[in-house]
Write a protein that binds this ligand. Structure first.
Ligand SMILES: NC(=O)c1ccc[n+]([C@@H]2O[C@H](COP(=O)([O-])OP(=O)(O)OC[C@H]3O[C@@H](n4cnc5c(N)ncnc54)[C@H](OP(=O)(O)O)[C@@H]3O)[C@@H](O)[C@H]2O)c1
Length: 326
């Protein structure tokens, strides 16, 4: 697969987001199906695997990934995140989000950073993490302090590159002054523009951008008409029954454009994203091997300037109902 560089780390243009593989995220799923999906991602070359200590209970998602990469560690760029799965008995602070439940609880105190990393290394069954992210900045801790402790992990050889997720341009600049940041993970897709200041700061500093939920949590792939009671998306305003129905209709011109081009809406959404910046990569999630192969193929697509202009015209008219998550 075509590769791109994130601040000195070479990764496939289309990677794989493993969050969908833990129960309670996108509905029920068992570990066998999850393992098949991860193997399909590696086989398709989407071998930038993104997980977090906060996905699933008690490191479930990291342990799934650890099992799937056993014997294939050299093929994989392994990325994980910390700060959401706060150890028992430790304090946490509120990070406001647009989900109906309103907040996430985080702790990114420097004294806990090595403990987080050692726990993730054990879950993943590896001796080094290629890309280690702060999942959400801690409102009670200056980001310089968290990143200082993350830098010590690099010195100790436990981590190869540092990343930040869900940060502002200012936070990125302040963090970068302490330690180089290879990648910034941010929600970015056809229905969620990226903050231009963050994008400019990343470009100036040479950090790559990793687009999370690049398929709009599945919406942009074109088939989501409702979400079940055990699906995390029911908390997201864009997936309420009313908003979802309105969004589905308004997205029709983009779906039609994909049909005209003879590709799927998911492929169009991913290929479009790769055209936004030389240093952007996508990490779509999927539990379905056929979708994983389909998504990986989008890394090789060429979009003609006329096609890009048609997409932009369609997106300008795509008036999304429901607020954003962050
Ligand atoms: N840093 C953060 O705070 C943060 C937040 C959210 C997510 N993330 C990362 O981003 C990754 C991806 O995000 P995400 O999983 O939320 O959203 P996503 O990748 O935008 O969408 C995933 C959904 O799209 C569907 N899908 C994928 N490919 C498809 C295809 N070709 N055709 C039809 N449907 C398709 C999947 O269903 P099927 O299973 O049926 O294919 C799944 O329900 C996560 O795994 C995680 O690593 C990070």
């Amino acid at each position: 697969m075509r590769t791109r560089e994130l601040g000195g780390l070479r990764v496939p243009a289309i990677g794989f987001g493993a969050m969908v593989l833990s129960p309670g995220m996108y509905g029920d799923i068992d570990d066998d199906r999850a393992g098949r999906a991860l193997r399909a991602a590696l086989d398709a070359g989407a071998a930038h695997v993104d997980t977090s200590d906060g996905y699933g209970d008690d490191g479930h998602n990291e342990r799934l990934v650890g099992r799937a990469i056993k014997g294939r560690r050299d093929e994989v760029v392994l990325a994980t995140k910390f700060g959401l799965a706060v150890p028992e008995g430790e304090p946490s602070r509120s990070f406001p989000v647009g989900y109906a439940f309103g907040e996430l609880r985080v702790n990114a105190e420097p004294r806990l950073v090595r403990r987080y990393a050692e726990r993730s290394l054990a879950n993943l069954g590896t001796d080094a993490i290629d890309l280690y992210y702060l999942h959400f900045p801690d409102p009670g801790v200056p980001i310089e302090e968290t990143v200082g402790a993350m830098g010590e992990l690099v010195e100790a050889g436990l981590v190869r590159h540092l990343g930040l997720s869900n940060v502002t341009a200012d936070q990125l600049r302040r963090a970068y002054a302490v330690h180089p940041i290879a990648a910034v993970q941010v929600e970015w897709s056809m229905w969620r523009p990226v903050d231009p200041e963050l994008r400019a700061a990343a470009r100036e500093l040479g950090a790559g951008l990793v687009a999370w939920s690049p398929l709009g949590s599945g919406f942009l792939a074109g088939a989501v008409r409702e979400v079940g009671a055990d699906d995390f998306r029911r908390h997201a305003p864009r997936f309420s029954a009313e908003n979802l129905a309105a969004n589905y209709d308004r997205y029709a011109p983009v779906r039609d454009l994909a049909v005209d081009l003879g590709i799927t809406p998911a492929q169009l959404a991913l290929a479009w994203l790769l055209y936004q910046d030389d240093h952007v990569v996508a990490i779509p999630g999927s539990r379905t091997p056929a979708h994983i192969e389909e998504n990986a193929a989008a890394a090789g697509f060429t979009l003609h300037p006329d096609t890009l202009a048609r997409i932009e015209r369609a997106l300008e008219k795509f008036d999304v109902s429901g607020g954003t998550l962050l």
